[in-house]
Design a protein around this ligand. Sequence first.
Ligand code: ATP
Ligand code: MG
Length: 271
Amino acid sequence: MPEPMMERSEILRIHGIHKTFSAHQVLSGIDLSLRACETVAILGGSGSGKTTLLKLIAGLSRPDRGQIFLFGKDIIPLSEQELLPFRKRMGVVFQGAALFDSLTVLENIAFPLRLHTRTSEREIRTRVAALLAQVGLPGIGEQYPAGLSGGMKKRVGIARALAREPELVLFDEPTAGLDPKNARMICDLIAELRRTVCETSVVVTHDLQCAFAISDQIAFLDQGKIIEVATPENFRRSSRPEVQMFLEGAFDQHTPMRLAEGRLTWNNGPA
Ligand SMILES: Nc1ncnc2c1ncn2[C@@H]1O[C@H](COP(=O)(O)OP(=O)(O)OP(=O)(O)O)[C@@H](O)[C@H]1O
Ligand SMILES: [Mg+2]
């Protein structure tokens, strides 16, 4: 199949991705593209295939068919060995924090640096300290994951994903399980990375306030397809009933959010 033309600054292009588990077709023709320094949020109901899509982009799972161009190259036909240089340019924040329980926080965050780079021990300690401060957990490097709350583990997972200053970061529910203050902090961090170091991110999230605050595009996954992809402003006005139902359901059930004059605001504080 001829390769679709890549725009120069395109970091990711997903083309016609299908994925089935046993007889269950989870993804049935996904197309999506993302340019450098952009953030796309992926919304969708539970079980709609968001994590599945993220794992495919990360090269951790293979689709039945379709293409995933990362930094201009289709990664689907590549061997594990050939995938390594692509993995090095990517950071992944898993839905569960996926930390190594037998390693300290410092060792967890240092792991990708020790594995893939020749960073000195001194530099590693300085870098880990800076990353922990960035995610709001200064000074916990010597602790073990078992002693951390779910939210703290999540933030350590984020620090680990950022350790090698990846060009593309995949976040799976980065704010889930965090209290509102910490959720806002992580959301601000993702936005700041885009602004300051031109980070490109795919963020799977249920956190609508975060999705609206950080994204250049919001994509909505439903019945195996992305049925809407739009800027946050246009996403709110989507003509797709599924999208409107999702937004309304979220407003009713989970969040103190409301729409006022076309703007998202918080019932209990400023937007
Ligand atoms: N390895 C697997 N084997 C079999 N089925 C799987 C596997 N991974 C995912 N699935 C199925 O694929 C569907 C999509 O799962 P996925 O984890 O991608 O959903 P999700 O959108 O991330 O959901 P959530 O919002 O709850 O995290 C689910 O029905 C799930 O059971
Ligand atoms: Mg998931």
